[in-house]
Ligand binder design. Structure first.
Ligand code: ADP
Length: 709
């Protein structure tokens, strides 16, 4: 797969898996934030419920305390009323000792006193006060003035300074007191006034106050009807209260209270109605606020409760931000942990992908390297310092026939030609020092044949400059070397071939000169014929050499024309038959076609093939030439019954300077270029020359030329 694609897949994979990896941390974050919000809401709701319960408890407790205490006072009044009811005038000492026995200070805190106010009509006025005047020397009913009925305070215990001030005060003269008294009289039960300022208030600190009355009738039982009650009313026992003192008496200085309360007379919350304010420390923003109504001796009080800072302190509301903060903290902690885990995974995955990518890259580069190494015709080997094979490229098999297994561990010198070993060793010694060296040497192939190689090598050195191994690359130059050799042989042969006719010509010239001088013209003429022969030989030789050089330089020119192939073949066979004494050249078949070609060159091929057939069949006496027309070509076969060509040479005889020279048949004169030139000319005509041959039986050469070129 191309690296570009691998990289693309790698990047895409990474992006997809990055999304996959980073989704869970975000989901975790979302879930934990939602959980935190839920938990916070739950805590808030619980705290709210708890606080509200605490507040309600406080209210209830406060209400009960006030209620209980007032009930106790009313009971006290009821007892006092019992003292007066139905009896004759109660003497002041009796009342005094009664009140003393009650120990008001200790048992009834907040109560200012217990008093008695009889009903007095103007007629009874003087007789009623004899007693009072004896007890209280300055006793006087006030306010002054004539009224149809008076209820002055005649007894008021304990006799302190404040209470003394109230003596003689006609309470029925005050509207607020009168209404409470009327209510008590008519109902036969207790009646409380609204907010008043007690007449006892003589000090600078005035408190709000109220009075509770209990009616006393002339009969010991409460009369049944309102009219009867009005008729029989004899007076009232009453108790004056200073509200602040009363409440202080109830709650003491209990600062443990968690609520503040303000008591208003009536149902309206107005400063004018304020009876008591318990506030010692107030919250700027109380958590809770509530008003309740309380029945006090038949009168309604409104109490406004608010929470104190102590209440807020005792509340668990701080759990709410704590839950929120802790939850958020944990949410983000989980998020970061899972994110860092995802990051670590992503990193690992990226590293793995990178590794995969590098491995792929490595594999591909390895593959490229292998492709080069395995497909080259060069043989590559690694040798240790002693020249033993450590590695051999697969090309060893192709070039030399050895598998790596056959060579690794073996001495490289064992397959080098003994004559070349010294030279190679000498070069290797230089290579070991890190030099790049080159040498030409022979290596024995698996079949035992030595092939020529040109090799380069150098040592791979370690960090300390010591040779680790020697790498060498060599390529087969056998063919080139053999060609060179053949070329050399050719030159010497060509020189020889040229020299022979020239020497003959020289001798013949001299002989001819002598014969002419002797006037033996007949003999001289025969020598001239021989000389012509030699000149023809020379001309042929020179023209072959010329052709060779033209072919090699690509300058062989063809004079193309249309001609009858049959005529050409007939002409050549005829002329060769005329000059060949040993063999009969027999022509068979006709093409009856014209071909478009260079007539002389085609003739040259035919002459070459027929003369070869004659030359290489010394023991035969005929050569067969046959012409056949094929679908698209003309095929001319030249068959001899001569020495034939060994199989291994068949492919090579068309090469330059190649000559088969072996066996007892000895060497045949020639330069080894005829077939090369012939096959090149045929190739230029888009034709070809083939050969079939069997050693000792003869050869058949085929020239095939296209009908239309
Ligand atoms: P030469 O000048 O040596 O004949 P050629 O190129 O014509 O050169 O032939 C090349 C070689 O092919 C010859 O040396 C010979 O060994 C072999 N050869 C060519 N023709 C024949 C043949 N008809 N029979 C046997 N061997 C042949």
């Amino acid at each position: 797969m191309p690296l570009r694609i691998v990289k693309k897949i790698k990047d895409e994979n990474f992006r997809a898996s990055a999304f996959r990896r980073f989704l869970p941390p975000h989901i975790i974050l979302l879930i934990s934030i939602l959980t935190t919000m839920l938990a916070t809401y739950y805590v808030a709701a619980t705290v709210e419920e708890n606080d509200s319960l605490r507040f309600e408890n406080e209210i209830q407790e406060t209400e009960e305390n006030i209620d209980k205490r007032l009930d106790a006072y009313i009971a006290l009044l009821r007892g006092s009323a019992g003292l007066f009811a139905g009896s004759d005038f109660v003497k002041s000492e009796e009342f005094k000792s009664y009140v003393e026995r009650l120990r008001l200070d200790q048992n009834y805190p907040g109560i200012q006193g217990l008093g008695f106010a009889p009903k007095i009509t103007p007629g009874e006025f003087n007789s009623h006060f004899q007693e009072a005047e004896t007890v209280y020397p300055n006793f006087k009913v006030y306010p002054e003035g004539n009224r149809p009925v008076y209820y002055p305070i005649v007894y008021l215990e304990p006799q302190n300074k404040k209470n003394m001030k109230a003596l003689g005060f006609d309470m029925y003269s005050d509207a607020s007191r009168k209404s409470a008294m009327d209510k008590a009289r008519d109902s036969g039960m207790r009646g409380a006034t609204g907010k008043i300022t007690l007449v006892q208030e003589i000090g600078p600190e005035k408190q709000a106050g109220f009075l509770i009355y209990l009616p006393i009738y002339k009969t010991s039982k409460v009369p049944e009807t309102v009219e009867k009650r009005r008729e029989d009313i004899a007076g009232f026992v009453y108790a004056p209260f200073r509200t602040d003192d009363l409440l202080k008496g109830i709650f003491g200085s209990n600062t443990q209270n968690l609520v503040n309360f303000k008591i208003y007379d009536g149902t309206e919350i107005e400063p004018a109605n304020l009876l008591h304010n318990s506030t010692t420390s107030a919250s700027s923003m109380p958590r809770f606020e509530k008003t309740i109504n309380l029945d006090v001796a038949g009168r309604t009080w409104t109490i406004l409760f608010t929470t104190k800072p102590q209440f807020e302190k005792g509340s668990n509301w701080n759990f709410i931000p704590l839950t929120l903060i802790l939850g958020s903290f944990l949410s983000f902690l989980f998020y970061f942990i899972s994110r860092s885990q995802a990051q670590a995974f992503a990193k690992a995955e990226k590293a793995a992908l990178n590794l995969q990518y590098s491995q792929e890259k490595l594999k591909q580069s390895e593959m490229r390297y292998r492709l080069v190494v395995e497909n080259t015709n060069d043989i590559i080997s690694l040798l240790d310092e002693d020249g033993n094979f450590v590695y051999t490229s697969p090309s060893f098999k192709k070039v030399l026939g050895y598998t790596p297994r056959e060579l690794i561990g073996k001495k490289s010198f064992s397959i080098i030609h003994p004559d070349d070993v010294a030279h190679v060793q000498h070069e290797m010694a230089k290579a070991v020092k890190g030099n790049m060296v080159g040498a030409t040497f022979r290596i024995k192939n698996k079949r035992g044949k030595y092939l020529y190689f040109e090799g380069n090598g150098t040592a791979i050195l370690d960090k300390k400059g010591r040779p680790e191994m020697i790498v060498s690359t060599s390529h087969d130059i056998t063919e080139r070397t053999e060609l060179e050799k053949r070329k050399d042989e050719f030159i010497s042969m060509a020189s020889h071939e040229l020299k022979t006719p020239v020497t003959s010509l020289k001798v013949f010239t001299q002989v001819t000169q002598t014969l002419i001088a002797k006037n033996d013209l007949k003999k001289a003429e025969s020598f001239l014929v021989k000389m012509d022969d030699q000149i023809n030989k020379l001309t042929r030789l020179i023209s072959e050499l010329l052709n060779l050089s033209r072919i090699q330089s690509g300058k062989l020119e063809l004079n193309m024309e249309n001609f009858e192939i049959d005529t050409l073949v007939e002409d050549i066979v005829e002329s060769l038959n005329a000059t060949t004494l040993t063999h009969k050249i027999i022509l068979k078949g006709k093409a009856r076609s014209k071909i478009y070609a260079d007539r002389d060159r085609i003739g040259q091929i035919l002459i070459n093939l027929i003369t070869n057939a004659v030359k290489y069949s010394p023991r035969a006496d005929k050569v067969l030439v046959s012409v056949t027309k094929q679908e698209k070509s003309i095929k001319i076969a030249i068959k001899d019954f001569g020495i034939g060509i060994p199989k291994e040479h068949l492919g090579k005889i068309f090469e330059r300077f190649y000559q088969v020279s072996e066996g007892s048949d000895g060497t045949y004169p020639g330069l080894g270029i005829g077939l090369y030139i012939s096959s090149e000319i045929a190739r230029r005509h888009k034709g070809k020359i083939n050969v079939e041959s069997k050693k000792g039986e003869g050869s058949t050469f085929y020239l095939e030329l296209p009908l239309k070129s």
